[in-house]
Design a binder for this molecule. Structure first.
Ligand code: FE2
Length: 355
């Protein structure tokens, strides 16, 4: 037996983090995707893992970083005049920004992945840790818009591992087609660079900063909207593509900031996309934006008859699995409760009436 007097902080960090260890990776590795379906896992924030029936494994926006861990030392650009939310609000204030969810993926334990993708270069959508881990897997391409590609290059990812994409590009991996689409992430447009005042300056090209993706598997399609806001162009995507499952970056905004999309716009996004299932994400990751996604359900139930909604609203949980079309009609994720063999053997208790 170990003695507590020998336990160090380093051991605690080594043995207790990442919180989920190999659990979810084992689930993914062992999952056999039935023909005519695909399976996705929510990794937190807008992190999504998709596995196709042809065993194509796609990881988008995995965030293995940690963000702010003290009130007092914030990295340059994470508050103040060059911080995008500070720019929007004209604020230099501190906001509560420690990571709010466990690490459900240990990136250094990933053994098989076909493509590693980012929608944009914000710190909660790509990080050095998962980049370092995936770089050790021979040949796995890094796919993202110019700003993401530049960040990967700056971190030491060689050019031959990077596929820089823009809307209109189409990529193929095994049995999956990936269509690169416009992003509607207005926060990305006010993100530095450039530093300093941007008053009266036209922002740079959105296509270089952020993209959305449509992941087309033989068993259905998944629309990854990154941190896109609602746009009237959302309808264009809905008219151009057959979208089965979509995610939206939902959250409760602090006063003076419009960054995450509201419950009302999550429903508008789904209605305009014509998707079959809409899943809100991103509200989980930051305390500043944290909220209860069932607000969307209240609004959905209130409006669905009047608006003749054709889509289903699904409330997921971080680390949870979603299979399309099997789960398309479900309303809410529930972690498996386990103990499937309960009462198949004689319980080991003092006497039967104990139970
Ligand atoms: Fe984000």
């Amino acid at each position: 037996m170990r003695n507590v007097n020998d336990i160090t902080r380093e051991q605690w960090l080594q043995e207790c983090f990442p919180e989920w260890g190999r659990w979810l990776i084992e689930d993914i590795e062992e999952c056999e995707v039935r023909p005519g379906s695909f399976t996705a896992w929510w990794l937190g924030c807008t992190g999504i893992w998709i596995k196709s029936e042809g065993n194509c494994n796609i990881c988008i926006d995995l965030y293995s970083g940690v963000s702010k861990t003290t009130h007092y030392k914030w990295p340059e650009g994470h508050r103040g005049p060059n911080f995008q939310l500070g720019r929007i609000a004209g604020s230099n204030g501190i906001h509560m920004n420690p990571r709010n969810i466990p690490h459900v993926i240990d990136p250094f334990q990933i053994k098989q992945i076909d493509v590693f993708m980012a929608t944009h270069d914000h710190a909660d959508h790509m990080d050095m840790y998962s980049t370092a881990a995936v770089l050790k897997l021979p040949g796995v391409p890094f796919v993202g818009p110019k700003f993401s590609a530049d960040k990967w290059r700056g971190w030491g990812v060689p050019d031959e591992r990077i596929i820089e994409v823009k809307p209109g590009d189409v990529l193929h991996f095994k049995d999956v087609e990936i269509v690169v689409l416009d992003s509607f992430d207005r926060t990305a447009l006010v993100t530095a660079p450039p530093q300093g005042s941007i008053v009266g300056r036209f922002p740079g090209d959105m296509d270089e900063r952020a993209v959305n993706y449509l992941i087309k598997t033989p068993g259905g399609s998944f629309y990854h909207s990154g941190d896109s806001h609602f746009s009237d162009y959302t309808l264009r995507h809905g008219k151009m593509y057959d979208i089965d499952v979509a995610i939206a970056a939902f959250g409760e905004n602090p006063k003076g900031i419009s960054d995450k999309i509201t419950a009302s716009d999550v429903l508008r996004m789904a209605d305009n996309l014509g998707c079959k299932v809409m899943i809100p994400v991103h509200y989980d990751i930051w305390p500043t934006f944290y909220t209860d996604p069932h607000e969307i359900k209240l609004l959905y139930d209130y409006k669905k008859e009047m608006m003749e909604y054709k889509f289903n609203l699904y409330i997921w949980a971080v680390g949870g699995k979603f299979t399309y079309p099997d789960d398309a009609g479900r309303k809410r994720y529930s972690y498996p409760r386990g103990f499937d063999d309960a009462m198949e053997n004689e319980p080991n208790i003092p006497f039967k009436s104990f139970l």
